[in-house]
Design a protein around this ligand. Structure first.
Ligand SMILES: *[C@@H]1O[C@H](CO)[C@@H](O)[C@H](O)[C@H]1NC(C)=O
Length: 234
């Protein structure tokens, strides 16, 4: 009886170790780069509130086979090098409130990444090529970025449950129709009046913009260029 009990305890603690793993917490300590000496068994890396500006491939590649959660929110990140995170099992990455101008290249973790938080950055565009390979993604948060157009997330990400796209100056046209056809299983966070272009739609509620009206807006790029370049007359 006694040895059974011990065995049970041992199994429990092993499972505990396995499911929670090693957590490294270096929040708010003034780091300007990702530290090079981290326990290689790390599974959770928490480094929000620092001054990190660049994520290099050498920061994470081929060192941390258990790493599944990276929190780097509230830093000063401008660049994440292409090909980062190779050899990790990254499931969740938090990058909100940084200075990113492009969607990070997550192709090295395309088979594991599920949660991507990028609110409050300076991302100006996202292509379908960047998101289509990320087949496991369930949550994407992009609110408060200077985006104008979005790829058709629901077409590429079959398991998407949460899409946050508030505070984005959307250009609404026929390429935006997918936002009218959101499945019930998807929690969409969109402004009540999300369309900044065409300008006359700025104060029109999304519920009152019909698919027909979107279809008729097919001028696409030309419209935007014209809109931005036409001198204001008053
Ligand atoms: C949609 O349009 C109707 C009719 O013009 C109006 O009564 C309603 O308040 C509008 N809905 C919203 C949410 O603005």
């Amino acid at each position: 009886m006694k040895s059974q009990h011990l065995l049970w305890l041992l199994i429990c603690s092993l499972n505990f170790e396995k499911s929670f793993g090693l957590r490294v917490n270096v929040k708010n300590v003034g780091l300007t780069s990702v530290p090079s000496v981290i326990d290689p068994t790390v599974s959770t890396f928490l480094a929000s509130g620092n001054l990190i500006s660049i994520i290099h491939k050498s920061d994470f590649n081929d060192i941390y086979p258990n790493l599944n959660f990276i929190e780097l929110s509230d830093n000063a990140i401008v660049i994440i090098e292409s090909g980062c995170f190779r050899g990790t099992v990254l499931r969740q990455i938090e990058l909100q409130r940084n200075q990113l101008t492009a969607f990070p290249d997550l192709s090295e973790v395309k088979d594991t990444i599920e949660i991507i938080k990028l609110q409050n950055n300076k991302i100006t565009q996202i292509s379908k090529e960047e998101i289509a390979p990320l087949s496991k993604v369930t949550i994407i948060k992009l609110s408060d970025n200077p985006l104008v157009q979005l790829p058709e997330f629901t077409r590429f990400l079959a398991f998407l449950t949460d899409l946050y796209i508030r505070d984005i100056d959307l250009k609404c046209d026929s390429s935006t129709i997918w936002l009218k056809r959101i499945p019930d299983t998807l929690n969409l966070r969109l402004d009540n009046e999300p369309c900044s272009y065409p300008a006359e739609w700025r104060s029109i509620a999304w519920v009152n913009i019909t698919e027909d009206a979107l279809l008729q807006q097919t001028i696409g790029e030309i419209f935007l260029v014209e809109y931005l370049c036409t001198p204001q007359t008053s």
